[in-house]
Design a protein around this ligand. Structure first.
Ligand SMILES: Cc1ncc(COP(=O)(O)O)c(C=O)c1O
Length: 369
């Protein structure tokens, strides 16, 4: 079979991981602080990295906890704030792992439609007016996973107002914020918040590498203290070695260089993908991403993306079905991650995807009564 091309994983390809920079950062870390990085440490995370993050977000260190990836941060936050039966608002579609994590905790998940400028706040107001009392609204504000959309400045304000009026926490899940290809960055809801309504998460997975497993939460000191308690009981402390390496990577300027490198590569990949789709698969409807790892495709109504998935897999092309990111529906949609493939692979992958689409469409026409 032809070489496999994966549009499935939201991870960077090896050529955009700064392996040498990480090696140098590890060397510096072992020299600078062998005692600190080899000890158990504490559940708050490696203190110098915690301080670096606090400074970056202009908050007190007590408002930060550094974890093993932001998935761990999410899990701790849900453990702290979400009980069985609690209502939680999420975007539709949303990141499949948080969806699963919330459902496993027995949350009553309410999906609110995601628009190209972010969650439909009018629909959210209707849900709230109808009596929903959510504990949490999970929002991925920049270059959303899976849709690639970004929440507008206006909607950020409305969300904070709704959170203040209805007493819920906005969980701002923001691992892609640094990967903007064009336009001015928007303020985080964390920085706009006046009423301690926001808990913010981010990660070094998408800008450095996922294997390092370093993510974090920023929020009101009281919420963070609860999370730290859960973290202590769970693992004593997160991985100090990784966090000390990330800290040195940040101090040396390698982080900024890595962000620049990843951003430039992703911009080119996104361009190539959009051009290839426009020429090879004109039936695909999508919004050109202005940053991040993902592009969401809607195919004509009635397209069986389950069948497309099989036909693409036969041609060595993988993607994730839209239905994985919702509770029901999205059967004619799919998510393409362009982060792990080169421009040449993208062109080849889209060609094969278009062939798979032709096969599926033809089968549907033949089967039609
Ligand atoms: C929105 C979102 N949150 C969290 C994560 C998990 O990131 P981490 O590798 O930091 O655990 C991802 C990874 O794909 C993501 O897309």
């Amino acid at each position: 079979m032809a070489k496999s091309i994966s549009f499935a994983r939201g991870a960077p390809s090896l050529d955009i991981v700064d392996v040498e920079g990480l090696r140098a950062a590890a060397d510096s870390a072992f020299t600078a602080d062998p005692g600190g990085m080899t000890a158990y440490g504490t559940a708050i995370g490696y203190p110098p990295l915690r301080e670096w993050i606090a400074e970056r977000h202009q908050v007190a260190p007590e408002q930060v906890v550094v974890t093993n990836g932001s998935m761990q941060a999410d899990a701790f936050l849900f453990d702290a704030l979400v009980q069985d039966g609690d209502s939680v608002i999420v975007e539709r579609p949303t990141y499949d792992r948080t969806l699963l994590s919330l459902r496993q905790r027995g949350a009553d998940v309410r999906m609110v439609e995601l628009e190209p400028d972010g969650i439909d706040v009018a629909a959210m107001e209707r849900v709230l007016s109808a009596g929903a009392r959510p504990k949490l609204a999970h929002i991925i504000p920049n270059f959303q996973n899976p849709a690639g959309y970004t929440l507008s400045a206006e909607k950020r304000e409305v969300l904070l107002e709704l959170a203040g009026n209805h007493g819920f926490t906005v969980f701002e899940d923001d691992p892609y914020v640094a990967l903007r290809f064009e336009g001015a960055p928007l303020p985080t809801m964390l920085s706009m918040d006046q009423s301690e309504s926001v808990v913010y998460a981010s990660s070094f997975s998408k800008t450095v590498c996922p294997g390092i497993r370093v993510g974090y939460l920023v929020g009101p000191a009281e919420v963070i203290a609860r999370v730290v308690k859960i973290a202590t009981h769970t693992y004593i402390s997160p991985n100090m070695v990784s966090q000390a390496i990330v800290h040195q990577f940040c101090l040396s300027g390698a982080l900024e260089r890595s962000i620049e490198n990843v951003r430039n590569a992703l911009r080119e990949r996104a361009e190539t993908l959009c051009e290839a789709l426009s020429s090879e698969l004109p039936e695909a409807r999508f919004v050109k991403p202005s940053g991040g790892y993902f592009l969401w495709i809607d195919l004509p109504r009635g397209t069986d993306v389950g069948a497309l998935f099989e036909a693409a897999a036969e041609r060595g092309v993988l993607f994730v079905k839209g239905s994985d990111f919702v509770l029901a529906g999205a059967e004619s949609s799919l998510r393409i991650a362009y982060s792990g493939v080169t421009p040449a692979e993208i062109e080849e992958g889209v060609k094969r995807l278009a062939e798979a689409y032709e096969q599926v469409r033809h089968a549907e026409t033949v089967d039609a009564p």
